[in-house]
Design a binder for this molecule. Structure first.
Ligand code: DAH
Length: 337
C-alpha cells in the first residue's frame, strides 16, 4: 500500500507540475469520492492493527500535499485571471479626449447675420413681427385693398378670411409706424410664406429682410446712399447699384435695384447671365397712403423702404443653383459652410 500511495503522490505531483487538464478534473481524479486515494483509504480495513495508523497517516499526508498543491495552483490561476482582467480594462486617464464637434450656422443664418451686422453698423435696429398676420397689416395698410391685383403675386395660406401667414416682411413696417412716431430706422428679417410650388427658385416658406427709414426730409437720395453702402459692404467695395423703375403698391416711386455682378465686375458671366447686373431687392419711397394709414403725416414726414430675399442672396453668394438644398438639411451640403 505504501507503494500505491507513493505512486499516487508521484503521479499527482507530476500531473500538477504542468497541469494539462483542468484543476478541478485533477482534484476529482486524485481526491474525489471515486478517486485513487479514496480507493486506498477504503482498503485500509484489510490492514493489520500496526500498519493501519502508519498507512493512515501517510495517506493523510499525501492527501494534504495534493490538496495544498491544487490550492496553490488555483490561487495562482485566479491571480493571473485578475491580472489579465485588469490589463484588459486598463483606462489611461491621460489620453486626450475626443474633441466635441461644435455645430455651425446654416447658410441662411450666416447670410441673415451678415445682413443684420451691416445694417446694425449703419444705425438700424432689428424688429420682429408675427408670421401669422392680419390681412390688414399684410395688405390693406400697405395700400393693397381687397381685390387689388397685386395680391395675385402674393397668394398665401389663410387661417381665416382675415388672418393669414404673412407673404412679406412689409407688414412689420405698418406695425412699427402705428406704434412709433419718426424718426424710424429699422430692419426686420424673418420667415414669409406663399402658396408657391417647390422648385429650384420657389418655396412656400422663405426669408426676407425689410428695411424702413422715416424722418423729416428723407429723399430718394438717402435711399440710394443707404443701398449703395449696403451693396458695397455686402458684395465688395467696387460694387455699383442701379435703379430700374418698377411698381409696388406701398412705395411711390418704386424701383428694382440691381448690383453690378460681384463675380465678373460687370463684364458679363454665368452668374449674371451675361448681364453684368444682378437683381437684388425692391425699394421705393413710402407711399403717402401707407404713412396716413399708420398715423404718420405725409406732409411732415417722408421715408424709404426696401425688401430683399435672404435665400436669393445666399444662392448668389455661395453659388448654389437650387434653393431646395437650403431646406433639405443634407449634412453633406451643410458641412460646406
Ligand atoms: N415686399 C416686397 C415683396 O415681397 C419687397 C419690397 C419691395 C419691400 C419694395 C419693400 C419695398 O419695403 O419698398 O416683393
Amino acid at each position: 500500500m505504501r507503494e500505491t500511495l507513493e505512486k499516487i503522490r508521484k503521479e499527482a505531483m507530476e500531473a500538477l507540475a504542468s497541469p494539462s487538464a483542468e484543476l478541478e478534473e485533477l482534484r476529482i481524479r486524485y481526491l474525489g469520492k471515486k478517486g485513487e486515494l479514496t480507493a486506498v483509504l477504503r482498503g485500509m480495513g484489510k490492514l493489520s492493527a500496526e500498519e493501519r495508523p502508519v498507512i493512515g497517516q501517510m495517506a493523510n499526508e499525501v492527501r494534504a500535499e495534493i490538496e495544498k498543491k491544487i490550492d496553490e495552483l488555483a490561487s495562482a490561476a485566479k491571480g493571473k485571471a485578475m491580472e489579465a482582467k485588469l490589463a484588459a480594462e486598463k483606462l489611461d486617464v491621460t489620453v486626450p479626449g475626443e474633441p466635441i464637434r461644435a455645430g455651425h450656422f446654416h447658410p441662411l443664418a450666416l447670410v441673415q447675420r451678415q445682413l443684420e451686422d451691416i445694417f446694425l453698423g449703419m444705425g438700424y435696429s432689428i424688429v420682429d413681427g408675427p408670421e401669422v398676420e392680419y390681412d390688414y397689416y399684410n395688405f390693406q395698410a400697405l395700400n393693397i385693398p381687397p381685390d387689388h391685383p397685386a395680391r395675385d403675386t402674393q397668394d398665401t395660406f389663410y387661417i381665416t378670411d382675415n388672418i393669414l401667414l404673412r407673404s412679406q416682411t412689409s407688414p412689420v413696417q405698418a406695425r412699427v409706424m402705428e406704434k412709433t412716431q419718426p424718426p424710424i430706422k429699422i430692419i426686420s428679417p424673418g420667415r414669409v410664406y406663399r402658396s408657391d410650388a417647390v422648385d429650384a427658385t420657389h418655396s412656400p416658406l422663405f426669408h426676407q429682410l425689410e428695411g424702413l427709414v422715416i424722418d423729416r426730409g428723407i429723399t430718394m437720395g438717402d435711399l440710394k446712399g443707404a443701398l449703395d453702402m449696403f451693396a458695397k459692404r455686402m458684395f465688395g467695395e467696387k460694387t455699383e447699384i442701379r435703379f430700374r423703375p418698377h411698381h409696388f403698391p406701398f412705395t411711390e416711386p418704386s424701383a428694382e435695384v440691381d448690383v453690378s455682378c460681384f463675380v465678373c465686375g460687370g463684364k458679363g458671366c454665368r452668374l449674371c447671365k451675361g448681364e453684368g447686373w444682378i437683381e437684388i431687392l425692391g425699394a421705393g419711397m413710402v407711399h403717402p397712403n401707407v404713412l396716413r394709414n399708420c398715423g404718420i403725416d405725409p406732409e411732415v414726414y417722408s421715408g424709404f423702404a426696401f425688401g430683399l430675399g435672404i435665400e436669393r442672396i445666399a444662392l448668389l453668394k455661395y453659388h448654389i443653383d437650387d434653393m431646395r438644398l437650403l431646406y433639405e438639411n443634407d449634412i453633406r451640403f451643410l458641412n460646406q459652410f
